[in-house]
Write a protein that binds this ligand. Structure first.
Ligand SMILES: *[C@@H]1O[C@H](CO)[C@@H](O)[C@H](O)[C@H]1NC(C)=O
Length: 219
């Protein structure tokens, strides 16, 4: 009976949204298990904007945002490798060369819409080239942070895992204007994500992932 009660409480906990303002996820070690799962499978997406901030000293390849669908492991994937950030939409890859300094926060946003099929990366508030990816819509998405999905909801590779800190994850089902993206990057007023909202985030944490206060700089 107590075990059942605990299970019910944990399930209820996992399902209620949390305000993570001023917080960050810390992924403190290299594993193929530690992750945050965000189940947004109720959405069908014709357009996407994803924004997040990340801090790492990894040089090797690592996933920053992994959205898989039943038909595509890389429904929307933002993945960094040395001086490149790749954006994949429905497995179609476009590369962006960026000046990725280690051990500092970076703001990364990407946009895509199915009508034009164009994707775009914004790195620290600067727009990079708009490039063709895919015109297919995105169905039943599952998102993981910390691990890169090589199958729908699983098949994680330790060599693509994220080690570091991540914060301010938002996702919208439309393309944000450049002003809105710059407001996000500058921590100004912006409309929080209507698919994923850092201020009301429903998620499931597995393995060694901590929720800590963001370390702000003193002036
Ligand atoms: C995600 O949510 C949907 C709808 O609530 C549910 O049917 C599905 O089992 C969930 N998937 C996972 C992997 O949690």
């Amino acid at each position: 009976m107590p075990a059942l009660l605990l299970f019910v409480m944990l399930t209820a906990c996992a399902a209620s949204p949390q305000d993570l303002s001023g917080k960050m996820f810390t992924f403190p070690q290299e594993t193929d298990t530690a992750r945050v799962m965000l189940n947004i499978s109720t959405h069908n997406l014709k357009a996407v904007t994803v924004c997040l901030r990340s801090f790492t000293d990894l040089k090797r390849i690592h996933g920053l945002f992994s959205l898989a669908t039943p038909s595509s492991d890389n429904g929307v994937l933002i993945i960094r490798n040395i001086d490149k950030v790749d954006l994949r939409v429905n497995d179609q890859r476009v590369d962006y060369v960026v000046d990725y300094e280690l051990n500092t926060w970076h703001s990364i946003c990407s946009t895509w819409d199915s009508e034009s099929g164009l994707g775009q990366l914004w790195f620290n508030g600067k727009p990079l080239v708009r490039k063709f990816t895919s015109k297919s819509q995105i169905d039943k998405p599952l998102v993981t942070l910390g691990q890169e999905q090589d199958s729908y909801g699983g098949k994680f590779d330790i060599k693509q895992s994220f080690v570091g800190m991540m914060t301010d994850v938002h996702m919208w089902n439309y393309v944000l204007s450049s002003c809105e993206i710059q407001n996000y990057v500058g921590n100004l007023n912006f409309t929080p994500g209507n698919v994923l909202n850092w201020k009301a985030l429903t998620f499931e944490k597995t393995g060694n992932v901590l929720i800590e206060n963001k370390q702000l700089t003193c002036h």
